[in-house]
Each structure stands twice: as structure tokens, then as C-alpha cells.
Ligand binder design. Structure first.
Ligand SMILES: Nc1ncnc2c1ncn2[C@@H]1O[C@H](COP(=O)(O)OP(=O)(O)O)[C@@H](O)[C@H]1O
Ligand SMILES: [Mg+2]
Length: 206
């Protein structure tokens, strides 16, 4: 089973948004049986999931302290991909979760504050010797800082060649438990998510 942990100690960078969107995309792309896991006590991802009408991706209720055993059970039950959302913090729990990752996905907004804040998340993933993929999220159109952010992040790991732009539908689609692809599969946001998933999935299989 592949375990994608979505982490960044900073809040508001798109961890929950991308967890939900990538899980829906993994199902749409028929990459396997997909489960979402919410380790954030705020529970935003779980709340979104409970608004959903679609049955997939699944949501697994877990206790972070028992995550290892619970992942093993999910694997026995035929789950191929687990996408784990995490709280914005540098805690022992987040370290334990990252230790179980096949891949750590680090969404970052292209701003100086966000780039400065990402260091401790990189350190956690490096300590655990995990593959990292950075995703630039919430980029403005034609902003030079997006390219600069990619260059600075690339010194620490792989930067996804797909940028996720700031688009209202990423927020609005989630109000009633959906995602951009489920609102309009031909939208640019949907295309960005499809490309991002393709890239992440290829890395998982490497
Ligand atoms: N690409 C984007 N375009 C527009 N809004 C976004 C985008 N990514 C995230 N958001 C919005 O930004 C806020 C923070 O995103 P969220 O996924 O909750 O971040 P985190 O889980 O890292 O705290 C939410 O209101 C979300 O809807
Ligand atoms: Mg969140």
C-alpha cells in the first residue's frame, strides 16, 4: 500500500484541499482503492467527507497513535493508496505519521513567509529519510515569485512540475463535499489536479 502524507507545519497552505482533491482524482484515474485519513484534530477533511454523496474515496477513522496497525489493517482489506492529512504543527505525532509515509507531499504557497516556514517540515521528512514532493499551491497568474519559489524549494527536493493556481473553485467546490473535478471536469483547476495526481502517482510507483 502507498501512503502519501500531506504535511506542512504552516496552516492555510492547502494540505486539506489537496488531500481531498488528490484522493478523488486517484479514484477517477482508477489508480486503486483509496482511503483518506484525517490526523488533524480540527477535522476539516472529515467534515468535508461527511458532506459527500459519493462513496469513494473512503474515510478511515484512526487514532494517530495506532496508525501503524491501522494502516496494516487497511492494507489487508485491499486498500491500495492512503492519503493522510496532517495538522499544521511540528509534533511527535506528525513525526510518527511521516515515519509511515511512502512519500511526503509538501504544499507551499509561493510567499516569502511560507517558504521560510517550510524548513522544519523539510527537516522532519529528511530525518525520516522520506521522498518529498513540493507542490506550489495558490499561485497568482504570471507572478515571478512562483518561479523563484520553485528554484528555492528544488534545493531540498523534487518540485512538482504542475503549479496549482489560486482559483475560487478550489474553495467553493468543497462546501458541499465535492471537488473541482466533480463540479466541472473540464475546468482548468480539474486539469491541474489531474496532472498533479499523474505526477505523484508516477513517483509512488518508482
Ligand atoms: N489553490 C487554491 N485556490 C483557492 N483557494 C485555495 C487553494 N488552496 C487552498 N485554498 C483555500 O485556502 C484555505 C486553506 O486551505 P487548506 O486546504 O484548509 O489548508 P491547510 O489544510 O494547509 O490548513 C481554505 O479556505 C481553502 O479553501
Ligand atoms: Mg488542514
Amino acid at each position: 500500500m502507498h501512503v502519501i502524507v500531506v504535511a506542512n507545519q504552516k496552516g492555510g497552505v492547502g494540505k486539506t484541499t489537496l488531500s481531498g482533491h488528490l484522493a478523488v482524482e486517484a479514484v477517477r484515474a482508477e489508480s486503486g482503492s483509496v482511503v483518506l485519513i484525517d490526523t488533524d484534530p480540527q477535522g476539516s477533511l472529515s467534515q468535508w467527507w461527511h458532506e459527500r454523496k459519493a462513496e469513494t474515496p473512503h474515510l478511515a477513522q484512526i487514532e494517530p497513535a495506532k496508525l501503524k496497525a491501522q494502516l496494516a489493517t487497511l492494507e489487508e482489506n485491499g486498500i491500495d493508496i492512503a492519503i493522510v492529512d496532517t495538522p499544521p504543527a511540528v509534533t511527535a505525532t506528525n513525526r510518527q505519521v511521516i515515519a509511515l509515509a511512502s512519500l511526503v507531499l509538501i504544499p507551499t504557497r509561493p510567499s516569502p513567509h511560507d517558504l521560510r516556514a517550510v524548513g522544519s517540515t523539510i527537516a522532519m521528512a529528511e530525518e525520516a529519510k522520506k521522498k518529498m514532493i513540493f507542490v506550489i499551491n495558490g499561485a497568482a497568474q504570471r507572478a515571478r515569485i512562483t518561479g523563484e519559489a520553485a528554484i528555492s524549494l528544488s534545493q531540498h527536493g523534487t518540485v512538482a512540475p504542475v503549479t496549482i493556481f489560486q482559483r475560487t473553485d478550489f474553495a467553493s467546490s468543497m462546501i458541499d463535499g465535492r471537488t473541482v473535478q466533480e463540479i466541472d471536469e473540464k475546468s482548468r483547476s480539474a486539469a491541474e489536479i489531474a496532472e498533479l495526481w499523474k505526477y505523484v502517482y508516477t513517483h509512488l510507483l518508482k
